[in-house]
Design a protein around this ligand. Structure first.
Ligand SMILES: *[C@@H]1O[C@H](CO)[C@@H](O)[C@H](O)[C@H]1NC(C)=O
Length: 285
């Protein structure tokens, strides 16, 4: 009797742990909705989050934790239909005047025309490192995984596991690299029709409002993170993990494919913009 009761409670404990394990990606546990007065919401017991935008306001959320290096995945499904003039921003940022930032921004378009994925990296409050891409799929038809892999060697932007951009640690050549300031994750859906779509020529059509973007399958397992300035959550970053990864030969091939076929803007080839010479990191790839 006693033995079987013990067995039963062990089983219950085990299933409870499984439940907790499943819940680690929960939006309730990991994020705070920070603006939009009810326009961003969490559904499906924490597994789905949506941001909406209407004529009055957009909406957004931010992570409870701060990260200092990590591999962070988020599945996002973007505003469908006529999304011209809308921007869905998904980024990591530290605070203060000399902040660091790693950006994904999705610029909407009229129905049937391609989204632009705009990326940037800020170090010490300075960006000007834009690279833009079309995607090889319709990002509004389904969820796709957008990943930031940020370690001491490089920052890798990935889409469905395919690297699209690498920002290397070029401190040896005098380029600042984000490595000291913890960053939070932020995301928002907002209106930017003065610049977002076809250079600002196409405005938002409010008859399509509310616009909506959805998020699921957040994963920050093994990231180095903290919930307050005192409590670092241990990161499982051994020598074989994401912590010391750079692109392998296969991934370099994928990066080349994306950059050859889908990149539409690269600050490192914009000689007109930098008549005095390209930024240093452009010559050290
Ligand atoms: C929208 O579509 C036009 C026409 O295909 C294209 O030039 C532009 O890059 C697309 N994306 C944005 C965000 O303007």
């Amino acid at each position: 009797m006693a033995a079987s009761a013990t067995k039963q409670s062990l089983l219950m404990l085990a299933s409870l742990l499984v439940l907790i394990g499943v819940a680690t990606g929960s939006f309730y546990d990991n994020f705070d909705i920070t603006w939009g007065a009810g326009r961003a919401n969490i559904f499906e017991t924490g597994q789905l989050l949506t941001c909406t935008l209407d004529k009055i306001s957009g909406s957004g959320f931010q992570s409870k934790k701060e990260y200092l290096f990590g591999k962070i995945d988020m599945k996002i499904k973007l505003v469908a239909g006529n999304s011209a003039g809308t921007v869905t921003a998904y980024y990591l940022s530290s605070k203060g005047e000399k902040w660091d930032e790693i950006d994904f921004e999705f610029l909407g378009n009229v129905t049937g025309q391609p989204y632009v994925l705009h990326t940037n990296v800020f170090t010490g409050g300075i960006g000007n490192r834009e690279m833009q891409f079309y995607l090889w799929f319709d990002p509004t038809a389904d969820f796709h995984t957008y990943t930031v892999l940020w370690n001491p060697l490089n920052i890798i932007f990935l889409v469905d596991g395919i690297p699209i951009r690498v920002f290397k640690n070029n401190e040896a050549n005098g380029v600042a690299y984000p490595k000291n300031q913890p960053m939070k994750i932020y995301s928002s859906l907002w209106e930017a029709d003065d610049w977002a779509t076809q250079g600002g020529k196409v405005k938002i059509d409010w008859t399509n409002a509310p616009f909506s973007a959805s998020y699921k399958s957040f994963n920050d397992v093994d990231c180095c993170s903290r919930t307050s300035i005192w409590d670092w959550v241990t990161c499982n970053a051994n020598s074989n993990s994401w912590m010391w990864t750079t692109l392998n030969a296969n991934q370099l091939g994928q990066l080349k494919w994306v950059q050859d076929d889908y990149m539409i803007y690269n600050y490192c080839t914009d000689f007109k913009r930098f008549p005095q010479g390209l930024p240093t990191e452009c010559n050290h790839n």
